[in-house]
Write a protein that binds this ligand. Structure first.
Ligand code: HEC
Length: 240
Protein backbone atom coordinates (compact mmCIF):
# COMPACT_ATOMS: atom_id res chain seq x y z
CA UNK A 1 0.00 0.00 0.00
CA UNK A 2 2.77 2.44 0.94
CA UNK A 3 4.71 1.64 -2.22
CA UNK A 4 2.46 3.85 -4.31
CA UNK A 5 1.88 7.56 -3.92
CA UNK A 6 -1.87 7.12 -4.18
CA UNK A 7 -1.78 4.72 -1.23
CA UNK A 8 -0.01 7.30 0.91
CA UNK A 9 -2.44 9.99 -0.19
CA UNK A 10 -5.40 7.77 0.55
CA UNK A 11 -4.17 6.98 4.04
CA UNK A 12 -3.21 10.64 4.57
CA UNK A 13 -6.64 11.80 3.44
CA UNK A 14 -8.49 9.31 5.57
CA UNK A 15 -6.19 9.90 8.52
CA UNK A 16 -6.69 13.65 8.49
CA UNK A 17 -10.39 13.22 8.00
CA UNK A 18 -10.52 10.96 11.04
CA UNK A 19 -8.36 13.34 13.03
CA UNK A 20 -10.63 16.27 12.15
CA UNK A 21 -13.69 14.24 13.08
CA UNK A 22 -12.13 13.37 16.43
CA UNK A 23 -11.03 16.91 17.26
CA UNK A 24 -14.08 18.74 15.93
CA UNK A 25 -16.88 16.33 16.78
CA UNK A 26 -15.94 13.65 19.28
CA UNK A 27 -13.82 15.75 21.67
CA UNK A 28 -16.35 18.64 21.98
CA UNK A 29 -19.22 16.14 22.35
CA UNK A 30 -17.40 14.44 25.22
CA UNK A 31 -16.41 17.76 26.80
CA UNK A 32 -19.89 19.25 26.79
CA UNK A 33 -22.18 16.26 27.11
CA UNK A 34 -23.07 17.07 30.74
CA UNK A 35 -24.02 20.71 30.13
CA UNK A 36 -27.73 21.19 30.82
CA UNK A 37 -29.87 21.99 27.78
CA UNK A 38 -32.75 24.41 28.34
CA UNK A 39 -36.24 23.23 27.36
CA UNK A 40 -38.61 25.49 25.43
CA UNK A 41 -40.73 26.07 28.55
CA UNK A 42 -37.66 27.21 30.49
CA UNK A 43 -36.64 29.51 27.65
CA UNK A 44 -40.04 31.20 27.58
CA UNK A 45 -40.20 31.54 31.38
CA UNK A 46 -36.88 33.43 31.36
CA UNK A 47 -37.60 35.58 28.34
CA UNK A 48 -40.06 38.43 28.83
CA UNK A 49 -39.27 39.71 25.34
CA UNK A 50 -40.72 36.76 23.49
CA UNK A 51 -43.81 36.85 25.71
CA UNK A 52 -44.19 40.49 24.80
CA UNK A 53 -44.17 39.61 21.11
CA UNK A 54 -46.60 36.75 21.64
CA UNK A 55 -48.99 39.02 23.53
CA UNK A 56 -48.63 41.60 20.82
CA UNK A 57 -49.63 39.03 18.20
CA UNK A 58 -52.76 38.28 20.20
CA UNK A 59 -53.49 41.99 20.14
CA UNK A 60 -52.84 42.37 16.38
CA UNK A 61 -54.89 39.38 15.30
CA UNK A 62 -57.35 38.71 18.15
CA UNK A 63 -59.70 36.51 16.16
CA UNK A 64 -57.04 34.35 14.49
CA UNK A 65 -55.03 34.13 17.67
CA UNK A 66 -57.96 32.98 19.75
CA UNK A 67 -58.88 30.38 17.14
CA UNK A 68 -55.41 28.84 16.90
CA UNK A 69 -53.71 29.48 20.24
CA UNK A 70 -56.39 30.66 22.68
CA UNK A 71 -54.73 32.82 25.30
CA UNK A 72 -51.18 34.24 25.13
CA UNK A 73 -49.87 32.05 27.97
CA UNK A 74 -46.29 30.87 28.40
CA UNK A 75 -47.36 27.34 27.60
CA UNK A 76 -48.92 28.37 24.28
CA UNK A 77 -45.90 30.51 23.49
CA UNK A 78 -43.65 27.46 23.94
CA UNK A 79 -45.93 25.51 21.60
CA UNK A 80 -45.80 28.30 19.01
CA UNK A 81 -42.00 28.40 19.19
CA UNK A 82 -41.68 24.66 18.63
CA UNK A 83 -44.10 24.72 15.71
CA UNK A 84 -42.38 27.83 14.32
CA UNK A 85 -39.02 26.13 14.35
CA UNK A 86 -40.50 23.10 12.62
CA UNK A 87 -41.88 25.36 9.87
CA UNK A 88 -38.49 27.09 9.57
CA UNK A 89 -36.97 23.67 8.91
CA UNK A 90 -39.78 22.36 6.66
CA UNK A 91 -39.96 25.44 4.45
CA UNK A 92 -36.21 25.45 3.99
CA UNK A 93 -35.73 28.98 5.34
CA UNK A 94 -32.21 27.85 6.24
CA UNK A 95 -31.34 27.52 2.54
CA UNK A 96 -31.33 31.30 2.34
CA UNK A 97 -30.81 32.51 5.93
CA UNK A 98 -28.04 31.92 8.43
CA UNK A 99 -28.35 32.10 12.21
CA UNK A 100 -24.80 32.93 13.16
CA UNK A 101 -23.16 36.35 13.45
CA UNK A 102 -19.45 36.00 12.74
CA UNK A 103 -16.68 38.19 14.18
CA UNK A 104 -15.58 39.26 10.69
CA UNK A 105 -16.61 41.65 7.91
CA UNK A 106 -18.21 44.07 10.37
CA UNK A 107 -21.17 41.74 10.76
CA UNK A 108 -21.62 43.24 14.24
CA UNK A 109 -22.64 46.51 12.60
CA UNK A 110 -25.24 44.81 10.46
CA UNK A 111 -26.78 42.34 12.86
CA UNK A 112 -25.61 42.85 16.43
CA UNK A 113 -23.38 40.97 18.87
CA UNK A 114 -21.27 38.05 17.64
CA UNK A 115 -22.91 34.67 18.32
CA UNK A 116 -21.81 32.96 21.54
CA UNK A 117 -21.88 29.22 22.25
CA UNK A 118 -24.29 29.47 25.19
CA UNK A 119 -26.95 30.93 22.91
CA UNK A 120 -27.19 27.54 21.24
CA UNK A 121 -27.52 25.51 24.43
CA UNK A 122 -31.23 24.71 24.22
CA UNK A 123 -33.62 22.31 22.49
CA UNK A 124 -34.78 24.88 19.93
CA UNK A 125 -31.24 24.80 18.55
CA UNK A 126 -31.17 21.04 17.92
CA UNK A 127 -29.92 20.78 15.31
CA UNK A 128 -28.59 24.32 15.02
CA UNK A 129 -29.80 26.34 12.04
CA UNK A 130 -26.45 27.86 11.12
CA UNK A 131 -27.61 27.70 7.52
CA UNK A 132 -25.59 27.05 4.41
CA UNK A 133 -25.45 30.41 2.67
CA UNK A 134 -26.91 33.89 2.83
CA UNK A 135 -29.30 34.72 0.05
CA UNK A 136 -31.21 36.76 2.63
CA UNK A 137 -29.81 38.34 5.80
CA UNK A 138 -28.72 36.54 8.98
CA UNK A 139 -31.73 36.06 11.23
CA UNK A 140 -30.13 35.33 14.61
CA UNK A 141 -30.90 38.88 15.80
CA UNK A 142 -34.16 39.31 13.90
CA UNK A 143 -36.45 39.60 16.94
CA UNK A 144 -37.88 43.08 17.39
CA UNK A 145 -36.32 44.37 14.18
CA UNK A 146 -39.72 44.57 12.55
CA UNK A 147 -43.25 44.65 13.96
CA UNK A 148 -45.22 41.41 13.75
CA UNK A 149 -47.66 42.82 11.20
CA UNK A 150 -44.71 43.67 8.96
CA UNK A 151 -43.66 40.02 9.16
CA UNK A 152 -47.20 38.89 8.35
CA UNK A 153 -47.33 40.93 5.14
CA UNK A 154 -43.74 39.95 4.33
CA UNK A 155 -44.44 36.21 4.65
CA UNK A 156 -47.62 36.57 2.62
CA UNK A 157 -45.81 38.30 -0.23
CA UNK A 158 -42.31 39.67 0.47
CA UNK A 159 -42.42 42.06 -2.50
CA UNK A 160 -45.25 44.02 -0.86
CA UNK A 161 -42.87 45.42 1.77
CA UNK A 162 -39.42 44.72 0.36
CA UNK A 163 -38.93 45.98 -3.17
CA UNK A 164 -37.52 43.38 -5.55
CA UNK A 165 -37.21 40.71 -2.84
CA UNK A 166 -36.33 37.23 -4.07
CA UNK A 167 -37.86 35.55 -1.02
CA UNK A 168 -40.75 33.26 -2.01
CA UNK A 169 -44.38 33.93 -1.01
CA UNK A 170 -45.82 31.76 1.76
CA UNK A 171 -49.59 32.14 1.26
CA UNK A 172 -50.27 28.80 2.96
CA UNK A 173 -49.34 30.34 6.29
CA UNK A 174 -52.53 32.43 6.01
CA UNK A 175 -56.27 31.98 5.79
CA UNK A 176 -56.46 33.80 2.47
CA UNK A 177 -55.29 37.30 3.46
CA UNK A 178 -52.13 38.87 4.97
CA UNK A 179 -54.10 40.02 8.03
CA UNK A 180 -55.30 36.48 8.71
CA UNK A 181 -52.24 34.40 9.65
CA UNK A 182 -53.18 30.80 10.48
CA UNK A 183 -51.60 28.69 13.21
CA UNK A 184 -48.46 28.14 11.17
CA UNK A 185 -48.29 31.83 10.27
CA UNK A 186 -48.60 32.92 13.91
CA UNK A 187 -46.01 30.31 14.90
CA UNK A 188 -43.35 31.36 12.37
CA UNK A 189 -43.80 35.02 13.35
CA UNK A 190 -43.34 34.09 17.03
CA UNK A 191 -40.24 32.12 16.06
CA UNK A 192 -38.58 34.95 14.11
CA UNK A 193 -39.45 37.41 16.90
CA UNK A 194 -37.79 35.04 19.36
CA UNK A 195 -34.48 35.00 17.46
CA UNK A 196 -32.04 37.15 19.44
CA UNK A 197 -34.66 38.19 21.99
CA UNK A 198 -32.62 36.37 24.66
CA UNK A 199 -29.90 39.04 24.51
CA UNK A 200 -30.29 41.42 27.43
CA UNK A 201 -28.52 44.24 25.66
CA UNK A 202 -30.57 43.92 22.51
CA UNK A 203 -31.42 47.50 21.59
CA UNK A 204 -34.88 46.85 20.24
CA UNK A 205 -36.20 45.71 23.59
CA UNK A 206 -35.41 48.58 25.89
CA UNK A 207 -37.97 49.17 28.58
CA UNK A 208 -40.17 46.12 28.36
CA UNK A 209 -43.64 46.61 29.87
CA UNK A 210 -46.22 43.85 29.80
CA UNK A 211 -49.22 44.87 27.73
CA UNK A 212 -52.41 45.42 29.63
CA UNK A 213 -54.99 44.79 27.01
CA UNK A 214 -58.64 44.97 27.78
CA UNK A 215 -60.17 42.22 25.80
CA UNK A 216 -63.89 42.42 25.07
CA UNK A 217 -65.73 39.11 25.47
CA UNK A 218 -66.36 38.86 21.74
CA UNK A 219 -64.32 41.13 19.44
CA UNK A 220 -66.54 43.74 17.76
CA UNK A 221 -67.14 43.37 14.02
CA UNK A 222 -65.59 46.72 13.11
CA UNK A 223 -62.33 46.20 14.96
CA UNK A 224 -61.89 42.80 13.33
CA UNK A 225 -62.37 44.40 9.94
CA UNK A 226 -59.48 46.87 10.40
CA UNK A 227 -56.68 44.86 12.00
CA UNK A 228 -54.01 46.69 10.00
CA UNK A 229 -54.78 49.89 11.89
CA UNK A 230 -54.88 48.18 15.26
CA UNK A 231 -51.50 46.65 14.74
CA UNK A 232 -49.78 49.77 13.43
CA UNK A 233 -48.34 50.60 16.86
CA UNK A 234 -44.76 49.39 17.30
CA UNK A 235 -43.59 47.90 20.61
CA UNK A 236 -41.75 51.13 21.36
CA UNK A 237 -44.93 53.16 21.01
CA UNK A 238 -46.86 50.72 23.15
CA UNK A 239 -44.34 51.01 25.95
CA UNK A 240 -44.54 54.78 26.32
C1 HEC B 1 -34.94 31.94 -1.82
C2 HEC B 1 -34.34 32.45 -0.63
C3 HEC B 1 -35.20 32.70 0.60
C4 HEC B 1 -35.97 31.81 1.30
C5 HEC B 1 -36.25 30.35 0.98
C6 HEC B 1 -36.46 32.53 2.44
N1 HEC B 1 -36.00 33.81 2.44
FE1 HEC B 1 -36.32 35.19 3.88
N2 HEC B 1 -35.35 36.59 2.77
C7 HEC B 1 -34.72 36.35 1.56
C8 HEC B 1 -34.19 37.61 1.06
C9 HEC B 1 -33.43 37.78 -0.25
C10 HEC B 1 -34.53 38.61 1.99
C11 HEC B 1 -34.20 40.12 1.91
C12 HEC B 1 -35.29 40.85 1.14
C13 HEC B 1 -36.58 40.90 1.92
O1 HEC B 1 -36.64 41.56 2.98
O2 HEC B 1 -37.55 40.25 1.50
C14 HEC B 1 -35.25 37.93 3.06
C15 HEC B 1 -35.74 38.57 4.19
C16 HEC B 1 -36.28 37.92 5.28
C17 HEC B 1 -36.65 38.54 6.53
C18 HEC B 1 -36.50 40.02 6.84
C19 HEC B 1 -35.12 40.30 7.35
C20 HEC B 1 -34.97 41.75 7.75
O3 HEC B 1 -34.66 41.99 8.92
O4 HEC B 1 -35.18 42.61 6.92
C21 HEC B 1 -37.15 37.57 7.34
C22 HEC B 1 -37.65 37.73 8.77
C23 HEC B 1 -37.11 36.33 6.59
N3 HEC B 1 -36.58 36.58 5.36
C24 HEC B 1 -37.55 35.12 7.09
C25 HEC B 1 -37.66 33.97 6.31
C26 HEC B 1 -38.31 32.76 6.74
C27 HEC B 1 -38.88 32.53 8.14
C28 HEC B 1 -38.29 31.90 5.70
C29 HEC B 1 -38.92 30.53 5.61
C30 HEC B 1 -40.35 30.46 5.79
C31 HEC B 1 -37.57 32.55 4.62
N4 HEC B 1 -37.23 33.81 5.02
C32 HEC B 1 -37.27 31.97 3.41
C33 HEC B 1 -34.59 35.12 0.95
C34 HEC B 1 -35.23 33.96 1.33
Amino acid sequence: MFESKSGVLLVGGLGFFLFAFLSNAVVPALLYRDLPEATTTELVAKNAQVMYQFEELSNCYPEQFKKYFGEPTQENCAKALELGRQIYVNEGCWHCHSQFVRPVSREVDRWGPVARTEEYQNVLQRPVMFGTRRVGPDLSREGGRHASDWHAVHFYQPKLVSHGSTMPDYPWLFDGAPDRPNQRGLAIITYVQWLGSWLESYPYYEDYQPLEIERPEAPAEESAATPAEDSAATPAEEAT
